[in-house]
Write a protein that binds this ligand. Structure first.
Ligand SMILES: Cc1ncc(COP(=O)(O)O)c(C=O)c1O
Length: 424
């Protein structure tokens, strides 16, 4: 149950006082605007820097300076096993067993690696189903990957689009599209949370429907990881990939992650693109010919891990883990509920929130369709120290991150919005 909201500073401060996570805010570095913390609402794009990251990086630099190549085995976190230090916390965040996850590469790279394994077209079963208006990198990955297999993207890719005049998808339309593709469907490759609208998709039902027609289900969790509760193993999701620079606060271009269900991850014969870091650990340094897959998701690693990015990720995940997904989600529902209330209270019909209203269908982000002068509203907010983002043709996205945003931030957002609407 959401509380009865009031768009007043007193109400916001009262909520902050009752917030069990209020102190986490002080563990992050906020950009400044006129000597004051900005109202940072773009954790859905790039999370803020945890203060602990600098210490973690200094430790790696010092280990490198003192140990040189020996750091692979003797650094504080030995570099050759760095991914192991991240498996437990990542498993908790995505609802997976530790050996089903691995931190590696960047998101789009990992999408290609997952496609290499989980898209195995046959003359009958070759279609891929995704959401219309997916993030461009996902579109490009699918399109080029399909071409690489000698197939034509327009024969292969089925896009599920919103109904006429609507902006979000009906859950039943996704399931119907999966059933209609039936025996021709090889793979569902869907977002967990849609980047533009903030809609959360029912990953469990999508996976179930895909399996019923004999297809596999993979998800891009860029906007879902660290934002909404995930139970990938229990939902029997086949594979997923995400980035760590949004709600996981692991820095621009930070190390990404993948999940591979153990029924696949333990299958050493699956087709894949391999490198020495995914080889059986016992023989990794034996320099022998012939790839022998390690057990678990770690077998999909190609290269030795970038220690500086791994250190950043580890430090950021420690902060995240301390707060824990259940408490973060509980606060997120309240905080985003407050943001929705403030927007409606202040903007009335000038702003249409296109993100679904039901808490289970949204995460932290709200996408606001501005009926007129949207760009001027955005420019005003930015000039007044409220950091949001702009998406053509007329959408402002704002995402209060429960780990470091306060209810007072949302109130300050509302005050700036008043000024923006009055002047544009
Ligand atoms: C949904 C989605 N997919 C893919 C990407 C691209 O990620 P990367 O540049 O890390 O490959 C992003 C980046 O924000 C994203 O939001």
């Amino acid at each position: 149950m959401l509380p009865v909201y009031h768009s007043t500073l007193d109400f916001a401060r009262q909520q902050d006082e009752e917030d069990p996570l209020q102190d986490f805010r002080h563990r992050f570095l906020f950009p400044q605007h006129h000597d004051r913390d900005v109202v940072y609402m773009t954790g859905n794009s790039l999370g803020l820097q945890p203060k602990a990251v600098r210490t973690a990086l200094e430790q790696e630099l010092s280990d490198w300076a003192m140990l040189g190549v020996e750091g692979h085995f003797h650094a504080t976190t030995p570099w050759w096993k760095y991914h192991e230090a991240l498996q437990e916390p990542l498993g908790r965040i995505v609802g997976a067993k530790p050996h089903e996850v691995v931190a590696m590469n960047a998101l789009t790279v990992n999408l290609h690696l997952l496609l290499a394994t989980f898209y195995q077209p046959t003359p009958q079963r070759y279609k891929i189903l995704c959401e219309a208006g997916a993030f461009p990198s996902d579109d490009y990955a699918l399109e080029t990957h399909v071409r690489l297999r000698g197939l034509n993207p327009s024969d292969v890719i089925i896009e599920v689009a919103p109904r006429e005049g609507e902006t979000t998808l009906h859950a039943e339309d996704i399931i119907t599209a999966i059933r209609e593709a039936g025996q021709n469907l090889a793979l569902v490759m869907f977002a967990g949370v849609q980047y533009y609208t903030g809609q959360v998709f029912d990953m469990q039902s999508i996976t179930y429907a895909a399996h019923q027609v004999g297809a596999l289900a993979c998800f891009d969790l860029a906007h879902a990881v660290g934002n909404v509760p995930l139970e990938l193993h229990e939902w029997k999701v086949d594979a997923a990939a995400w980035c760590s620079y949004k709600y996981l606060n692991s820095g621009p271009g930070g190390i990404a992650g993948v999940y591979i269900h153990e029924k696949h991850a333990m299958n050493k014969d699956l087709p894949r693109l391999a490198g020495w870091w995914g080889n059986d650990e016992q023989e990794r340094f034996a320099m022998k010919k012939g790839y022998r897959a390690a057990a678990g998701a770690q077998a999909w690693q190609l290269s030795n891990a970038p220690a500086l990015l791994m250190a950043t990720h580890k430090a950021a995940l420690e902060v995240f883990d301390e707060a824990g997904m259940p408490r973060l989600r509980a606060k997120s529902e309240l905080l985003t509920g407050f943001l929705a209330f403030v927007i409606r209270d202040i903007a009335g019909s000038r702003i249409r929130i296109i993100t679904p209203t039901a808490p289970e269908e949204r995460g932290a982000q709200l996408s606001m369709f501005i009926e007129k002068n949207g760009r001027a509203v955005f420019d005003y907010l930015m000039a007044h120290g409220v950091i949001v983002d702009w998406r053509e043709p007329n959408v402002i996205r704002a995402a209060p991150a429960p780990l470091y945003n306060s209810f007072e931030d949302v109130w300050r957002f509302g005050e700036a919005l008043k000024g923006a609407l009055a002047s544009s």
